[in-house]
Design a protein around this ligand. Structure first.
Ligand code: B16
Ligand code: MG
Length: 219
């Protein structure tokens, strides 16, 4: 069987940082008189920090100077990192670490494909940084998901053709990116929101490595 490369999104797949992004963005939105809801937050999943702030300002119907924009993005990140600093191994989502360890034991290379500029910091906090052979994050790509750049870069760093790569994603934008990259897309979360994924599971306790191997090799 050909080698398969497994590419994991971070927020929503390995850890649930969406709740911390939500708290931090809510505070920024409140300052401009806008009430950010869970529905809005869903649309920020997998979206870069800068694009997230553009969306919030659009929803609020507010425009700000470049200087103010940068300050808002900076303050959001400072606040967000106060939550990240308290993260530990207990924040790893159910089943994902076991799945990665099983895949590594079979020799499959493991990559991270995240929009976050804080990805390394988060992986170190929760103690699984060393499980990754390749990291592609918000610091190493210029185009945000749904652009496939993050996953194509990961395949290049894994030295594998895109057809041999499997992407695990929790966001609509990420599934779109994986599909555009011609990779097998596995959604983690809501079946309706992730309806464009090839397969959707509620979490990693429901996924077996055998199933992924079968699907990846019959593509
Ligand atoms: P940062 P992922 C994404 O992570 C989050 O889902 C998204 O809400 C966030 O805006 C983005 O990272 C950027 O994060 O502010 O830390 O650079 O799902 O692509 O792992
Ligand atoms: Mg995500």
């Amino acid at each position: 069987m050909n080698t398969i490369g497994l590419i994991f999104d971070l927020d929503g797949v390995i850890v649930d940082t969406a709740k911390f992004h939500f708290l931090a963005w809510k505070k920024i939105a409140r300052e401009i008189g806008f009430k950010l809801t869970e529905e809005h937050n869903e649309k920020l999943k997998g979206v870069s920090r800068v694009d997230s702030l553009h969306r919030i300002l659009d929803w609020a119907g507010v425009s700000v100077s470049d200087e103010k924009f940068n300050e808002m993005a900076h303050l959001k990140n400072i606040d967000y990192l106060t939550y990240v600093d308290k993260m530990n191994a207990a924040d790893i989502l159910p089943g994902v670490e076991t799945f990665i360890c099983q895949a590594k034991a079979k020799g499959y290379p493991i990559a991270l494909g995240s929009a976050s500029k804080n990805a390394s910091k988060i992986l170190k906090h929760v103690g699984i940084y060393d499980l990754f052979d390749v990291l592609v994050d918000g610091n190493s790509v210029s185009k945000a998901k749904p652009d496939p750049e993050v996953f194509i870069r990961a395949a290049q760093k894994l030295a594998l053709p895109v057809e041999n790569c499997v992407v695990f994603e929790d966001a609509e934008a990420g599934i779109q990116a994986a599909n555009t990259a011609h990779m097998l897309s596995i959604g983690l979360g809501d079946k309706y929101i992730l309806r464009n994924a090839k397969y959707v599971f509620p979490n990693f306790t429901e996924i077996t490595l055998e199933f992924i191997e079968q699907q990846a090799t019959k593509k």
